[in-house]
Design a protein around this ligand. Sequence first.
Ligand SMILES: *Cc1c(COP(=O)(O)O)cnc(C)c1O
Length: 429
Amino acid sequence: MNHSISEKLFAEAKTLMPGGVNSPVRAYSNVGAVPPFIARAKGSHIFDVDGNEYVDYVGSWGPMMLGHAHDAVIKAVASTAENGLSFGAPCGLESELAKLVMSFVPSVEMIRMVNSGTEATMSAIRAARGFTGRDKIIKFEGCYHGHSDSLLIKAGSGMLTTGKPSSKGVPADLAKYTLTLQYNDVAGVRETFDKIGDEIAGVIVEPVAGNMGVVPAKPEFLQALSEETKKHGALLIVDEVMTGFRVGIHCAQGLYGIKPDLTTFGKIIGGGMPVGAYGGRLDVMQQIAPLGGIYQAGTLSGNPVAMAAGLATMRELSGNPEHYVRAERSTTNLLNGLKDAAASAGIPLTANQVGSMGCIFFTEGPVQCFADVQKSDLELFRRYFLGMLDEGIYLAPSQFEAIFVSSAHTDDDIQKTVDAAKKVFKSLV
Ligand SMILES: *Cc1c(COP(=O)(O)O)cnc(C)c1O
């Protein structure tokens, strides 16, 4: 496959932006390749500047549940843009999107729109701290909640020891307020709450972990989080930036039957435009400025074009449940095909799936937490990734990311992908 134009563009970009990119994973550093520069995308396919066509399983990292450039979404954006891009003043579309989101997620009694998932989680943490008057938060190893200071913290040496910054530039003083526990470890959660439950402002969790590959939560784990936060007056923040309207129209909290105090959204609710949101219990949200003393604001928050994209996407998804059925079926077919292909080639492989989120790990299963994820053979992943790219299959360039299937993916797309994997797996052994 020829990538000469991408190579030129990447060389220039590297002189202008750190690593040539505006978000690190796009630089393909893990896999040692030049990232294709993208010219356009439609449905399940993405096209680079060199004229190569790929079946896309990145989906802009989650938002593209309907596939790229869905007609209704593009039309809504174009017609809204004609009336101006941003007013910095209320517009009716904000309430339309709020109503639609809230109608499917009953735990959200009031909502605030922001511009990214990072802003949503950062603001939800502030809301939990402001509401409870406590500083400590709990998160889980392998979960990602955006890049705000309080959330770029990794575990210390023991469960109850203070965290360490996972990025330079995060004050160690702040890290001591973030505890990082093991995902799916019910006993660890109970023990921590027994000891210091009254100091905890909130727990933030991905209800299906999608940033360490895909690792579903055990139902009893989310149940324990629900019980312990309630018992100790802490807030449960369920981060549905990825899972929201991806794993189903009632999100992961609908699937698992939990009722968080706060929920964060992003990705799909913006339909490909920069949108995030956080919301939840009325008594908590009424503490947000201007009603209460927890400050949070945004010049471009709730801007009409972004709201129009989100609204059109959400209307399409809620009006037509077939989208979920189709995307989930395609995901199952894809993972079954990959498992068979790996078995034929004698490659150990574990596949995890929730709805249209999927992931394969090059290890014997089960994969239930970050320690399990780390058993995956990363060199094998790297070679698999490069082989698939060359076959016209556009996957996330990291073992620690999900496969996103859209309702626009066809049986032909899946078959083409499985055929490519058969060829690539054979070449790996
Ligand atoms: C993507 C993601 C975020 C961060 O969202 P951005 O829009 O990239 O800031 C937060 N939480 C989860 C679970 C995510 O998947």
